[in-house]
Write a protein that binds this ligand. Structure first.
Ligand code: SF4
Length: 265
């Protein structure tokens, strides 16, 4: 297999589809679209991945996927859930498998890596660089972010030209993501709630007797465990707090977001 000139890191959300369309319209050659299978996607997400791969292949791009231990086994191995600030999921499910793939296909580190980050997306991404030389997340290769200044309307136009509808949510490559906000949690489907519940039960408590739950109670009105977290997310503002007898302001958690630029797009 030839060395790729460009490696597009994609999760097949809106920004990924826009990035593929941008690469096509820019006439790029030697493109590989690389997806990290985290083993934690929403049930129907692999269908979306297949559609995104078909689009890329229609444009003459190669598509590839990495595999890994998967989020569930990673959590078991670490005896705990990743947290913002202790975000080992991105490292183990995405960065390390990507570097292993790159080292095999591009041992001389000539490829240019691309991600679909846009500064408009969040405060954390507001100063995201357009280019990262010797990017550690690409194993020391160059990473470019060609959509970094792009506004939503322009992004949506690219998605439309690719023949896709704009999704009303971020990529569901991990469902739920550890950075899920109230809206994300409100829309969780039963299989994803059940898979979190099973692992929370399996992990039990820490040596200090604290339950090893995915979402921190302190940040979610003391909601403890995924079923409670979903109840919190579905409750009208203030309601959950009253039911629980917790007299603090309803937390306006909007998800702390990822700053790696590798998740959600
Ligand atoms: S999408 Fe969320 S859960 Fe998945 S690797 Fe990224 S931060 Fe972790």
């Amino acid at each position: 297999m030839s060395t790729p000139q460009y490696v597009l890191k994609v999760s097949y959300g809106n920004d990924s589809i826009a990035l593929i369309q941008w690469a096509h319209e820019s006439g790029l050659d030697g493109v590989v679209c690389l997806y990290n299978d985290t083993g934690w996607a929403r049930q129907d997400w692999m269908e979306r991945v297949g559609m995104g791969e078909q689009l890329a292949q229609r444009y003459g791009f190669e598509t590839a996927r990495t595999t890994s231990i998967g989020l569930a086994n990673l959590v078991r191995k670490k005896s705990g859930w990743p947290r913002s600030g202790m975000q080992f999921c991105t490292e183990h499910l995405k960065i390390l498998p990507t570097i292993a793939w790159l080292d095999e296909r591009d041992p001389e580190r000539r490829s240019i890596n691309m991600i679909g980050v846009r500064r408009e997306e969040s405060e954390k991404r507001a100063t995201f660089p357009a280019e990262i030389e010797d990017d550690p997340a690409s194993g020391g290769r160059l990473t470019r972010c060609p959509l970094v200044h792009m506004k939503e309307a322009e992004r949506n136009a690219l998605v439309a030209r690719a023949g896709f509808d704009v999704l009303p949510h971020r990529s569901k490559e991990c469902s739920p993501c550890i950075n899920a906000n109230k809206t994300d949690i409100r829309h969780l489907k039963e299989p994803d709630i059940a898979k979190v519940e099973a692992i929370e039960r399996e992990l039990g408590n820490t040596s200090l007797g604290k339950p090893r739950v995915m979402f921190r109670p302190a940040k979610h009105m003391s909601a403890l465990g995924i079923r409670d977290i979903v109840r919190w997310a579905k409750s009208p503002p203030g309601k959950y707090a009253k039911e629980q007898g917790v007299f603090e302001l309803e937390e306006s958690h909007s998800g702390s977001g990822c700053d790696s630029g590798l998740c959600g797009g």
